[in-house]
Write a protein that binds this ligand. Structure first.
Ligand code: NDP
Length: 244
């Protein structure tokens, strides 16, 4: 893949809000043709209207392997190729291990880990053809676990492990793998927390610092994807300056 995004075809999962939405817009602004996937189709429709370039809205549930395969196929059918997969869809349902609602664990593993694996599996034949790239939105929780983040961190550590194996399998064929690890970004992510203590902690954290904005992460994605072909930016850790 060359170092311009002009005309490139990108699929962004989890593009109906937050980092995915901002990334889709930044890539569109940089000249890419972008397919955007998520479950909230109404949000995607309004995103396509805000986009400066051609954008395709795809109803997508990453926990459903067939839905992921269909989204990749629809992207390729519409645009004729796939150059970049941005694996961004995710949920964070933090809480202590003792007494946890394990259906929340299932949701996190199925969305953050298995969902992103399904997307790589479906996209890879096309990415090998285009010598493209995979961008994995991991987290600082993919580098260090902490109390009450056990399962979320496990999914993000898993993303890192999978990404490194993938990198070793495809880098010789020109496919670049990028892992982005954001710290606290002001998005809807914490609004899904069900534990009141976790909700309060997230609110305190947000109020205690100048958080990152989704556009800050979008900028990192664009940076990684616009390096010369021989440069593989494999990992970007990006925290709010105020976050210890
Ligand atoms: P948001 O909640 O704003 O966005 C999450 C996105 O994921 C939404 O578009 C949502 O769309 C989508 N999504 C969730 N479940 C599914 C599913 N089953 N199928 C398809 N799409 C799904 O949060 P963020 O923008 O913050 O999160 C984006 C990524 O960034 C996540 O992977 C998160 O772990 C990661 N991250 C976020 C940080 C933060 O502080 N905000 C820090 C570090 C990493 P819909 O509900 O419409 O399906």
């Amino acid at each position: 893949m060359s170092n311009t995004l002009e005309g490139k075809v990108v699929l962004v999962t989890g593009a109906s809000s937050g980092i995915g939405r901002a990334t889709a817009l930044a890539l569109s602004k940089a000249g890419a043709r972008v397919a955007v996937g998520a479950r909230r189709a109404d949000r995607l429709q309004s995103l396509t209207q805000d986009a400066p370039g051609e954008m395709l809205a795809l109803e997508l549930d990453v926990t459903d392997r067939q839905s992921v395969q269909d989204a990749v196929a629809a992207t390729v059918e519409r645009f004729g190729a796939l150059d970049v997969l941005v694996n961004n869809a995710g949920v964070m349902l933090s809480g202590p291990i003792l007494g946890a609602d394990t259906t929340e664990w299932t949701r996190m593993v199925e969305t953050n880990l298995l969902g992103s694996m399904y997307a790589v599996h479906a996209a890879l034949p096309h990415l090998l053809r285009s010598r493209g790239a995979v961008v994995q939105i991991s987290s600082t929780s993919g580098r260090a676990a902490s109390a009450a983040s056990g399962v979320y961190a496990a999914t993000k550590f898993g993303v890192t492990a999978f990404s490194e194996a993938l990198r070793q399998e495809v880098t010789a064929q020109g496919v670049r793998v990028v892992v982005i690890e954001p710290g606290f970004v002001a998005t809807e992510l914490t609004s899904h927390l069900t534990d009141p203590a976790m909700q309060a902690a997230a609110k305190n954290m947000a109020e205690s610092m100048r958080t990152l904005q989704a556009e800050d992460i979008a900028g990192a994605v664009v940076y990684a994807l616009t390096q010369p072909e021989h440069v593989a930016v494999n990992e970007i850790l990006i925290r709010p300056t105020d976050q210890t």
